[in-house]
Design a protein around this ligand. Structure first.
Ligand SMILES: [Fe+2]
Ligand SMILES: [Fe+2]
Length: 349
């Protein structure tokens, strides 16, 4: 009977969360263990246990898992969020709860040049840049070889259904196309990464260049999300298209990186055309030239009073850069070399 009661008591204690880290908002190093429930009674009754808990360092000892903060802490975090200007774009979904890490991993507070708090956790000031608006938007790779013609007409044939589906809803069109545009760089970069590992050789910077492209395209998406909200069937379409396109591009890149990069080069030429049409609609007033989203102002280092038109201009310049990088990559293969033989154009972003 004694054994049974003891077992029940212990089970009750184990079932409860009786250690939690108290310091919520500013990291883990000074977190003092908090004892609650039945365990609190045990501690009160036994000063030795109390002393042991207080002397036990939280850091480096796996005392508890991450926790949901209490109401008071939530209030403090909300206040803190308002003060720093953090938004959903900061990647925390409006910060409802905080996680205390016992791993010693903590993000630094970053400040802008003007001393104000940096509000994005998804990118840092180092990742920001001014787009090269002087880039030639009309450059076109004339398809000469059979493979180039296939790449060109593959892309051209995709334009018709896209035009029919989106018509003149360029904001939505841009957002949806960016969900596709961000795939090739990641797939190409991943495959080059694996190749570099397999062959014990450098990539010439091309892994990084392609991953930078993927990240830049994803930032286009994050930006257009701020001005256009996808409908349910558009979200469903992204699922389907991503499933098909990711695998098709993966296989295509394995078989012929020369062809894969050429396709992307032509896709980027189409993207430049789409953004030019977008600008025309903005100038005609059929699309409202709303203020630029805050994320775009910080990412492209735009003036504070920038508009959607300014954003489309810099995005279009990015697409022209991707066009040149991908046609260049394809040309390297055409000339019988591997990408690693020509240093990648790093540092654009
Ligand atoms: Fe893009
Ligand atoms: Fe692009």
């Amino acid at each position: 009977m004694m054994m049974s009661r003891r077992a029940t008591t212990l089970a009750g204690m184990v079932g409860q969360r009786f250690f939690s880290a108290a310091a919520v908002s500013r990291g883990f190093t000074v977190a003092e263990p908090v004892v609650s429930g039945m365990a609190a009674n045990l501690v009160k009754a036994n000063p030795a246990v109390d002393a042991w808990i207080k002397s036990t360092p939280v850091v480096g000892v796996r005392l508890q898992s991450t926790l949901v903060v209490g109401e008071k802490d939530k209030e403090e975090i909300k206040k803190d969020t308002t003060k720093t200007g953090a938004t959903e774009g900061a990647g925390n979904g409006g910060v409802e709860k905080a996680v205390v890490s016992y791993w010693g991993v903590q993000a630094d507070k970053v400040k802008k040049e003007d001393g104000t708090e940096w509000r994005w956790s998804c990118f840092r000031p180092l990742d920001t840049y001014k787009a090269d608006l002087s880039i030639d938007l009309k450059k076109h790779h004339a398809p000469v070889t059979f493979m180039d013609k296939v790449a060109y007409w593959t892309v051209k044939s995709m334009r018709l259904p896209t035009d029919i589906f989106f018509q003149r809803r360029y904001g939505c069109r841009a957002m949806m196309l960016e969900t596709v545009a961000a795939v090739p760089g990641m797939v190409g970069g991943m495959l080059l990464h694996c190749k570099s590992l397999r062959r014990f050789q450098h990539s010439g910077g091309w892994i990084r260049a392609l991953l930078e492209e993927a990240e830049n395209e994803r930032m286009h998406l994050m930006t257009f999300m701020e001005v256009s909200k996808p409908r349910w069937y558009e979200r469903a379409l992204v699922f389907a298209v991503q499933g098909v396109f990711f695998n098709a591009y993966f296989l295509g890149y394995l078989i012929s990186p020369k062809f894969a990069h050429r396709v992307v080069g032509y896709l980027e030429e189409e993207a430049i055309h789409s953004y030019t049409e977008f600008l025309k609609e903005l100038d005609k007033g059929t699309i409202e030239n709303v203020p630029a989203p805050a994320i775009a102002i910080d990412y492209w280092r735009l003036p504070p009073n920038s508009t959607l038109r300014d954003v489309v201009m810099v995005v279009r310049a990015d697409e022209a850069h991707h066009r040149d990088v991908n046609h260049f990559a394809s040309d390297i293969h055409y000339q019988g070399h591997e990408l690693k033989d020509s240093p990648a154009p790093l540092g654009y972003h």
